[in-house]
Design a protein around this ligand. Sequence first.
Ligand SMILES: Cc1cc2nc3c(=O)[nH]c(=O)nc-3n(C[C@H](O)[C@H](O)[C@H](O)COP(=O)(O)OP(=O)(O)OC[C@H]3O[C@@H](n4cnc5c(N)ncnc54)[C@H](O)[C@@H]3O)c2cc1C
Ligand code: SF4
Length: 428
Amino acid sequence: MKYLLLYAALLLIVMLLYIGRRRRVQRAHATELQQAIEGGMAEPPSLHPVIDPVLCLGSSSCVRACPEEALGIVKGKAVLKNAAACIGHGACAAACPVEAITLVFGTERRGIDIPYVKPDFETNVPGIFIAGELGGMGLIRKAAEQGKQAIATIARRGRGGMDYDVVIIGAGPAGIAGGLAAIEKKMRYALLEQEESLGGAVYHYPRNKIAMTAPLDLPLIGKVRFSEVSKEKLLEFWHGVIHRTRLRVRVGEQMERIERSGDGFVVSTQHRSYRCGAVLLAIGRRGTPRKLEVPGEELSKVVYRLIDPEQYRDQHVLVVGGGDSAVEAALACAEHSPHVALSYRGAAFSRIKQKTRQALDSGVADGRLKLLLNSNVQAIESDSVVLDVNGSKLRLRNEAVIVSAGGVLPFDLLKSIGIDFETKHGTT
Ligand SMILES: Cc1cc2nc3c(=O)[nH]c(=O)nc-3n(C[C@H](O)[C@H](O)[C@H](O)COP(=O)(O)OP(=O)(O)OC[C@H]3O[C@@H](n4cnc5c(N)ncnc54)[C@H](O)[C@@H]3O)c2cc1C
Ligand code: SF4
């Protein structure tokens, strides 16, 4: 009897500890969700889970399965507490024991434009194909698989009388796999990449981010078994592939126009035009960096991405933008220089993570960073920048400008050549 009571007491203690912990975790998840809503960060970027609260048992299997910590449990049910972090793996849906999770595109408030793509990856415009995230489905393995399959379809169609059988636009996983398939099939190809480096979205992951990917089956390379791999190792792998296969990536070439020409197309970049029989759009969903469209923007000191904050040591730097990446870039530069200013046209940062906001507030409070709200850059000169701040003109000494104002997807261009899109508001 004595032992029975002892076991019962121990069991009760364990249960109370468990319940206490579960309550604390749920409170923390509820706070995170509330902060996301208040910060205007509750809209997922693309494919994301919708949880049926009637079916959900609150088992937490989806929370454990999500590698991005996007899900949580609030009031005993799973919720997308950090929607901005969701990248649409679908690992949560696969882990749910009662099939309470459906993966959908867009929300009631924010529609997502998905181009019409046939199962062989051709759009409704014959000869123009789409692979990878632009078609709606993220993930490294899927993008690579689609790039490879799209090229297989183009190769089956045979050669036209143009200079290139195919022009592939974008050197992320979809474009690289497409390029390898084009070499394997002995096609005349051009692979264009707007940035100075390949890798696509992976190149922009936070430093040391661990990517999770199922095995890739790449033309000329074969099966590659990654499960968890750091961003740096993944980029190293892509560079190794390029070296081994001699895949030619034409970096720094941004597709600006696609026009019909006879049986094919002419793809124009800022440098030249390519006449081709088919086009594979593997441009992902990050878009082309938004420009300020102000005099002086063409100066070489203006960049659209922070690569190495160390390079701005002791320099007078202006960062422009109102999102997480702008604030993070300004804070990173401020670690190396006491002359960093952040310009944002809004009156407050309404769409940044709580953690970023706290870091910004302390950076401004202790004088590491100068914050210019309600400000617009008017001109960039060789050793200064001119801003309008609350209606007054301000000239700042300047050696570097980092514009971090998001990306523009070329949907108008794609629509103008006849590609149809469907706007999804929470459908599969
Ligand atoms: C933070 C984050 C974490 C992620 N983690 C994972 C993960 O762990 N596992 C996973 O499987 N997936 C992950 N993903 C998703 C994955 O990175 C993408 O689904 C994948 O990179 C899509 O490949 P893609 O080739 O379609 O497009 P992208 O990788 O976006 O590549 C498109 C390329 O096209 C170029 N381009 C665009 N426009 C033009 C133009 N006009 N002219 C020339 N070039 C152009 C771009 O510069 C870019 O290099 C993550 C995504 C993010 C944002
Ligand atoms: S789709 Fe992926 S990233 Fe999004 S919540 Fe599910 S497991 Fe997490």
